[in-house]
Ligand binder design. Structure first.
Ligand SMILES: Nc1ncnc2c1ncn2[C@@H]1O[C@H](COP(=O)(O)OP(=O)(O)O)[C@@H](O)[C@H]1O
Ligand SMILES: [Mg+2]
Length: 262
């Protein structure tokens, strides 16, 4: 077992799909109040790994520990109920739903009793707006506004803010900044730091080394389903990280990627 603040841990986990070995012998620890960056190229196994952490997949081999106890989530709902919130790349997949309704989806604020209960739209809208304002989105002032009218960054903030509001202990973010412009990415990165300061454990999946290095405390690089490197903030330079991610091959492409960022 890892250090005292380890909340979620994988020990020698593998996952196979038919003849494809998506993950081989992966060990890692997610700690409260830290941002763990999961880096890797397309096909490296990042999504498979987060699907294991969030209960969508069970490992083919290896063990998983949550809050110090060996666990096996029966599904995403079970992981969610224990405080593991996952924000997928396609957030805002319900564009025709209001912001207030989306925020409380599955946990509606109601008024009245028993069969006479109804959703308290006014309270839901007010609370949702209060939360996204707290996290830096001030442009929106009507909770009835549809999610589809929000920008990509605002949707990320809505989804992350929602998870924090409902007390997530572990926040798994799949490429939250990859489709965003510089300003919006900065808002999302800042929100991740805020969640960290509130003691949340964050798994930040990205292929953007600059975003990772701006906020990360620890880094795990996946190549072909294996942990190619694991290190702490300050232990490697950006060049070394890029080299690791590229496996020494596609350096120029990744460098070009970086030049486009700011
Ligand atoms: N449900 C699945 N069935 C079969 N193969 C899969 C499945 N999910 C992922 N894979 C394979 O596992 C490997 C890792 O994929 P993935 O975890 O999606 O990588 P990443 O998210 O890093 O791009 C790929 O070769 C992919 O084709
Ligand atoms: Mg993926």
């Amino acid at each position: 077992m890892g250090e005292a603040n380890t909340i979620l841990e994988l020990s020698h986990v593998s996952k196979t799909f038919g003849s494809t070995k998506a993950l081989s012998d992966v060990s890692l620890a997610v700690r409260s109040g830290e941002i763990l960056c999961l880096l890797g190229d397309n096909g490296a196994g990042k999504s498979t790994l987060i699907k294991i952490l969030s209960g969508y997949h069970t490992p083919s081999a290896g063990r998983m520990f949550f809050e110090g106890r060996e666990t096996r989530f029966s599904g995403p709902r079970s992981a969610r109920l224990q405080g593991i919130a996952t924000v997928h790349q396609d957030v805002g997949s319900i564009p025709f739903m209001s912001i207030g309704r989306n925020f409380f989806l599955g946990a509606e604020l109601t008024r009245g009793i028993g069969p006479l209960r109804w959703i308290d739209t006014r309270a839901s809208n007010a609370k949702a707006l209060e939360q996204i304002r707290r996290f830096g989105i001030t442009r929106i002032n009507d909770g009835n506004q549809l999610v589809g009218t929000m920008s990509g960054g605002e949707r990320q903030v809505l989804a992350i803010g929602r998870a924090m509001y409902f007390g997530a202990k572990v926040l798994i973010l799949d490429e939250p900044t990859s489709a965003l412009g510089v300003k919006e990415a900065a808002i999302v990165l800042k929100l991740m730091k805020q969640a960290r300061s509130e003691g949340v454990a964050i798994v930040f999946i990205t292929h953007n080394a600059r975003h990772a290095m701006a906020v990360g405390d620890r880094f795990t690089v996946l190549i072909h389903g294996q942990v190619a490197a694991a290190f702490k903030r300050g232990e490697k330079s950006r060049e070394e990280v890029l080299n690791l991610m590229a496996g020494g091959e596609q350096m120029s492409e990744l460098e070009a990627d970086l030049e486009n960022i700011d």
